[in-house]
Design a protein around this ligand. Structure first.
Ligand SMILES: [Zn+2]
Length: 136
């Protein structure tokens, strides 16, 4: 069985279209400037329906994680990590969080607050080891 692909709709299509091109896009309210994720039609701070997107730089920090041992989906070799990461975003001090898997980091090497770089694979985004010089 192959990994199921994300279900996209009106509210989250921008996110997955960005990931397909190697970018993580975060919603930015054009009324108050706050960033939000996961995708939603309305700003939780000012209730505006107007938004644009800003790009994550590709650098992130591990906020937290868990190791899943059982049951394993058929497309994962387990045990596998599920990470909650704080994204660095262009022109902002905000650090929106996303949930993702990991690539290139052994589960036992995960450390809270470790630097990470985004890795794009199979139409999805993962947390990978930090690269010197930052993301390309
Ligand atoms: Zn707002």
């Amino acid at each position: 069985m192959t990994r199921p692909q994300p279900v996209t709709g009106r509210d989250n299509a921008y996110f997955w279209e960005g990931v397909a091109k190697g970018d993580v896009l975060i919603q930015k309210c054009t009324a108050c400037g706050s960033l939000r994720h996961p995708p939603s039609p309305m700003c939780p701070d000012c209730q505006s329906l107007d938004w644009t997107t800003v790009k994550a730089t590709g650098q992130a920090v591990l906020h937290s994680y868990t190791i899943c041992h059982h049951p394993l989906p058929p497309w994962e070799a387990g045990p596998y990590a599920v990470a909650l990461i704080d994204l660095e975003v262009e022109d902002s001090d905000a650090r929106p969080r996303i949930v993702c898997g990991t690539r290139g980091i052994a589960n036992e090497d995960l450390r809270i607050e470790m630097p990470l770089n985004l890795v794009f694979e199979d139409g999805l985004v993962f947390a990978g080891p930090a690269q010197e010089g930052g993301a390309s």
